[in-house]
Write a protein that binds this ligand. Structure first.
Ligand code: PLP
Length: 399
């Protein structure tokens, strides 16, 4: 057997993302970790099980992705799931009928749907609060929740929530804290270091980063929690497939490089939109005018590659804008190498009632951008042309 590489301690996270599992193959010395598709593993003899027995319970390719994500988030370990929703549901499996969950009123729409459906079946009790409102959070914590779910920055308005502040107050009343870190990834935010007990990801987004795998992960700070979650995921079978894990790890290799370039372009685009007469508001935590700018500076390593903005001229202008785009693609999801634009009111948040949309600030002119890896000049020119096409005819003639 060949000897796997010996890594020095204290490597930077960028290096961990690139090197975890590299040159560890004892059989052939493969540099890139092999993909293990086998569902079953041979016992050495009766009563002598090897490191793996059956792939629902454990698989080397899936475990390698989990190990990498756990190192990047600074956790005891990770459970790799078949989707981001399966990851959130796995954390909810810790709860019983008497337990209270406190979640953000403007959480990812799929998360709100899942929480609502499970609460309706009396699997736990649910309180939705505006987590930017300190008094509302304090009131919710008085009811002694078992779990506080945080999502920051929020979708689609990019509100930033104070993870360390809420985690400290949640701990004081005996609650555990889970943070959905999908929008920033471990490259830009590490919730466990801020006091969270769990991080959940839709790895579908920045972590895989190529819009070709749906997946998720839960990273636990404590070994005991990790064991409970691992056992439950194996019991219900919500684990991710080895092939998806292999693809996602390939995405992780470039996570830092992608996110750094993508957020640089996002900042340029935010400034461009902020100065454009057709745009009435830009929601990007990297703009000093954003209400949570100081918190974002303190809590995040960067401002990310997601932003949203208000186009003037209502739905008619939105239609013309979307139809004129040639580099941005009109699609849901985010975090891939290609730039996307979404209209939350009719796309990602279409399942929400009008009053709920209004309460969450989702207007007919709101557009969300996921900024990709194209040359920023091409992205700016595309937006500029589409904003020109969205100008009302009268205004266009007058100028
Ligand atoms: C996409 C997303 C999810 C759900 O993940 P899936 O992989 O689509 O199941 C959860 N939270 C956030 C913030 C997301 O963007």
């Amino acid at each position: 057997m060949r000897k796997p590489a010996l890594r020095p301690a204290g490597l930077a996270p960028e290096t961990t993302a690139v090197l975890t599992g590299v040159n560890e193959d004892p059989a052939f010395g493969a540099v890139a970790p092999p993909l293990h598709l086998s569902t079953t593993y041979a016992f050495e003899a009766i009563e002598r099980e090897g490191p793996y027995a059956y792939s629902r319970a454990g698989n080397p390719s899936r475990d390698l992705l989990g190990r990498t994500l756990a190192e990047l988030e600074g956790g005891a370990g990770a459970v790799v799931t078949s989707s981001g929703m399966a990851a959130i549901d796995l954390v909810l499996s810790l709860l019983g009928p008497e337990d209270l969950v406190v979640a953000p009123h403007d959480a990812y729409w799929g998360t709100l749907r899942l929480l609502g459906a499970r609460a309706e079946r009396r699997q736990f009790r649910l309180a939705l609060v505006d987590q930017g409102d300190e008094a509302a959070v304090a009131r919710a914590l008085q009811d002694r929740p078992r779990l506080v779910l945080i999502e920051t920055p929020s979708n689609p308005l990019m509100r930033v929530v104070d993870i360390a502040g809420i985690a400290a107050r949640a701990k004081a009343v005996g609650a555990q804290v889970a943070v959905d870190n999908t929008f920033l990834s471990p490259a830009l935010q590490q919730p466990l270091a801020l006091g969270a007990d769990f991080v959940v990801h839709s790895t579908t987004k920045f972590i895989n980063g190529h819009s070709d795998v749906v997946g998720g992960a839960v990273i636990a700070a404590e070994p005991g929690d990790l064991e409970t979650l691992t056992n439950w995921a194996g019991t219900v079978g919500s684990v991710g497939s080895p092939f998806d894990a292999y693809m996602t790890l390939r995405g992780v290799r470039t996570l830092f490089a992608r996110v750094e370039r993508q957020q640089e372009s996002a900042a340029t685009i935010a400034e461009f939109l902020d100065a454009h007469p057709m745009v009435t508001a830009v929601h990007y935590p990297g703009l000093p005018s954003h209400p949570n700018y100081p918190l974002a500076v303190r809590q995040q390593r960067g401002f990310g590659a997601m932003l949203s903005f208000e186009l003037s001229g209502g739905l008619e202008a939105v239609r013309a804008f979307a139809a004129a785009l040639g580099v941005f693609t009109l699609a849901e999801s985010l975090g891939g190498v290609e730039s996307l634009v979404a209209h939350p009111q009719t796309m990602t948040h279409a399942g929400m009632s009008r009053p709920a949309q209004e309460a969450a600030g989702i207007t007919d002119g709101l557009l969300r951008l996921s900024v990709g890896l194209e040359r920023v000049d091409d992205l700016l020119a595309d937006l500029d042309a589409a904003l020109g096409a969205a100008r009302p005819l009268k205004a266009a003639r007058a100028s």
